[in-house]
Design a protein around this ligand. Structure first.
Ligand code: ADP
Ligand code: MG
Length: 243
């Protein structure tokens, strides 16, 4: 096993609000880590520091042997290797589905358009939307838009994917298709960190479940350990509320 992401003593404060209080987490190659925890506990802030959408206050974040806190590290290079999918899909409504997926490969990686289109079509097929290349974003359901957002992130060939509550904004009947795409990705060996309230997904797909509360990892373990033998009273309390 090789370590893909290594976070050491990560602290993030906003003013005098210490939101992350010294997070330590290593994620191995091909590992799927699911992060659970109450609202406001720092889960989104944690994911956002991993690709420098937020600047860490202190601590270190090593991804693919590159220290992303080091000013000498080319953060754009790091970001190319980290795909991120948000609760709100953030697709460009003025572009077609295909154009959304091709945008970063063509603009950032300078891929030629024909190849990028070919790749976009393949990715659309893997998320079950092969017929939607020319569709407008608005013509798609929320679940379809989220699957396009996943395809768009994959178009950069990332070796880590971060998901921040990717199904929280979806109508219930859309959730399953998106989780299925994520499950397939996990089975193909993608290294993933997934923040979600979908405990079924955590039980079935996670190699490791991490419980975050009050800016710290309070407990972590296999799905069996976390869901069937929780130790920390906060985790027990959280599970009583969500299960
Ligand atoms: P979660 O994703 O677990 O719900 P967040 O990481 O979004 O939690 O938020 C954790 C805490 O950080 C909250 O108290 C929130 O108000 C605060 N916070 C998040 N982003 C900012 C920001 N940009 N500025 C100030 N406070 C923030
Ligand atoms: Mg959040």
């Amino acid at each position: 096993m090789s370590t893909k992401v290594k976070v050491t003593d990560l602290i993030k404060t906003y003013g005098d609000n210490e939101v992350l209080k010294g997070i330590n987490l290593s994620v191995e190659n091909n590992e799927v880590v699911v992060v659970i925890g109450p609202s406001g506990s720092g889960k989104s802030t944690f994911l956002r520091t991993l690709n420098k959408l937020e600047e860490p206050t202190s601590g270190s974040i090593i991804i693919d042997d590159m220290d992303i806190a080091d000013s000498k590290t080319d953060i754009n290079k790091v970001r190319e290797n980290i795909g991120m999918v948000f609760q709100h899909f953030n697709l460009f409504n003025n572009l077609s589905v295909g154009e959304n997926i091709m945008l970063a490969p063509v603009e950032l990686k300078k891929e030629n358009k024909a190849e990028a289109a070919e790749q976009a079509k393949k990715l659309l097929a893997t998320v079950g939307l092969e017929s939607k290349f020319d569709a407008t974003v608005q013509s798609l359901s929320g679940g379809q838009q989220q699957r396009v957002a996943i395809a768009r992130a994959l178009a950069m060939n990332p070796d880590v994917m971060l998901f921040d509550e990717p199904t929280s904004a979806l109508d219930p009947e859309m959730v399953g298709d998106v989780l299925e795409v994520m499950k397939n990705l996990a089975q193909q060996g993608m290294t993933m960190i997934v923040v979600t309230h979908e405990m079924g997904f955590a039980k079935e797909v996670a190699d490791r479940v991490v419980f975050v509360d009050d800016g710290n990892i309070q407990e972590q373990g296999t799905p069996d350990e976390i869901f069937n033998h929780p130790q920390n009273p906060r985790l027990q309390d959280f599970l009583n509320k969500v299960l």
